[in-house]
Design a protein around this ligand. Structure first.
Ligand code: NAP
Length: 324
C-alpha cells in the first residue's frame, strides 16, 4: 500500500507531481487544528508531513500513529519537540544551506537600511517633506569600514560576515559556541566573548538558533554594553532578544537603531510600538522569502520526505539518532 504524506505548505506543480509518483498526497490548508475531523482523518493515515502549519504536540503525535518523518520548510526548528520525535523514532528534516545566502542578503539589507535610514527617509520623501537639501538631522552612519559583530557564526552568520568583510571592508568579530579558524583566516574575523563583542561592534547581528541557552541572550545588560551609536540586527528568532529591553534601549538612546526580521510574537501584534519607531526597520519575517529560495526550500522538503519514507537517509536530518 502507498504511504501517505500530508502537505501543509505551498508546493509547485512539479513538486506535487513528484510526490504523487511515490505517495498518496493529502493537502490540508490553513487554518488548521486538531478538532477538525478531516485533519484527524489525514493524521491517522500519515507517514510523512511537509510544512509546519500544525503545532507538533503530544495530541498530534497520538493522532498520527504511522508517522515516520516530518519535513519542516525552514532551517530553524525551535518550535518542534525534537527529543519527543527522536524517542518515537520519527525523523525531523529541515532545509539548511539553500536559504543561507538569501537570509544573509536580508541581514545586509537591514544593516544598510538602518544605518542609512533608508525606510525613514523614503517615507519622508513620499510625504512631500523634501523641500530643501537635507541637513545633519537626517544624516545616517557609515557601513563601509565599520566593525560587524556576529552573534552566532554558523552558515548564515558567516555569509553575512563575508558580505561585510569582502564587500564593505568591515572588521568582523564573532561570538559563537565553537571557534571558526577557517573563517578567521578567510575574513580576518576575530572571536570575542559576547560582552566584548557588544562593546566593540558598530553593528551587532544575531544569527544564533533559539534554544534554552539563547532565549533573551540580548537583554538590558547587553544593550547597556553596546555603543550609543550601535545598531542591532536580528535575523534569527525574536525571542533571542528581550523585546521590552530593546524598546527601552531604542527609546532612551542606549542604542541608535534596530533592524528586525523576527519578533517574539509573529505576526507582530498591532500593540507593538516597534514598527512605528523611526529608528526601527521592521520586516515581516522575510529572511528566506524570495521566489527562488522558497522554491528550493520546498524542493529540499520534498526530497527529504521522499528519501525518509523510502528508507534512505534524508539530505538534511536534524535527529541523526533515529537512523542509527
Ligand atoms: P547554523 O549554521 O546552525 O548556525 C548557528 C550558529 O550558532 C552555530 O555556529 C552555533 O555554534 C551557534 N550557536 C548555537 N548556540 C549558541 C550559543 N548558545 N552561543 C553561541 N553560539 C551558538 O544555523 P544557520 O543556518 O546559520 O541558521 C541560524 C538561525 O537563523 C536558524 O536557527 C533560524 O532560527 C534563523 N533563521 C532565520 C531566518 C529568517 O527568515 N529570518 C531564515 C533562516 C534561518 P557551532 O558552530 O559551534 O555549532
Amino acid at each position: 500500500m502507498q504511504k501517505s504524506v500530508i502537505v501543509l505548505g505551498r508546493l509547485s506543480s512539479s513538486q506535487w507531481a513528484e510526490l504523487e509518483q511515490h505517495f498518496h498526497v493529502l493537502e490540508l490548508t490553513k487554518p488548521l487544528n486538531l478538532t477538525q475531523p478531516e485533519v484527524l482523518a489525514a493524521l491517522s493515515q500519515a507517514h510523512g508531513i511537509i510544512g509546519s502549519g500544525l503545532a507538533i504536540t503530544p495530541q498530534l503525535l497520538d493522532a498520527a500513529p504511522n508517522l515516520k518523518a516530518i519535513a519542516t520548510v525552514s532551517v530553524g526548528y525551535d518550535n518542534i519537540p525534537v527529543d519527543e520525535l527522536t524517542q518515537l523514532g520519527i525523523m525531523l528534516c529541515n532545509t539548511p544551506d539553500v536559504l543561507t545566502e538569501t537570509t544573509a542578503d536580508t541581514g545586509f539589507a537591514l544593516i544598510m537600511a538602518t544605518a542609512r535610514r533608508v525606510v525613514e527617509l523614503a517615507e519622508w520623501v513620499k510625504a512631500g517633506k523634501w523641500q530643501t537639501s537635507i541637513g545633519p538631522a537626517l544624516f545616517g552612519s557609515d557601513v563601509y569600514g565599520k566593525t560587524l559583530g556576529m552573534v552566532g557564526f554558523g552558515r548564515i552568520g558567516q555569509a553575512v560576515a563575508r558580505r561585510g568583510a569582502l564587500g564593505f571592508g568591515m572588521q568582523v568579530l564573532y561570538s559563537n559556541a565553537s571557534p571558526k579558524p577557517a573563517l578567521e583566516k578567510e575574513l580576518g574575523a576575530q572571536r570575542r566573548e559576547l560582552n566584548e563583542l557588544l562593546t566593540e561592534a558598530d553593528f551587532v547581528c544575531v544569527t544564533v538558533p533559539l534554544t534554552a541557552s539563547t532565549e533573551h541572550l540580548i537583554g538590558a545588560d547587553e544593550f547597556a554594553l553596546m555603543k550609543p551609536s550601535g545598531i542591532l540586527i536580528n535575523i534569527a528568532r525574536g525571542k533571542v532578544i528581550d523585546e521590552n529591553a530593546l524598546i527601552h534601549a531604542l527609546n532612551n538612546n542606549v542604542i541608535q537603531a534596530a533592524g528586525l526580521d523576527v519578533f517574539a510574537q509573529e505576526p507582530l501584534s498591532t500593540d507593538s510600538p516597534l514598527p512605528q519607531m523611526s529608528n526601527v526597520v521592521a520586516l515581516p519575517h522575510i529572511g528566506s522569502a524570495t521566489h527562488e529560495t522558497r522554491d528550493a526550500m520546498a524542493q529540499r522538503a520534498v526530497d527529504n520526505i521522499r528519501l525518509a519514507l523510502q528508507g534512505e537517509r534524508p539530505i538534511s536530518l536534524v535527529n541523526e539518532e533515529v537512523c542509527r
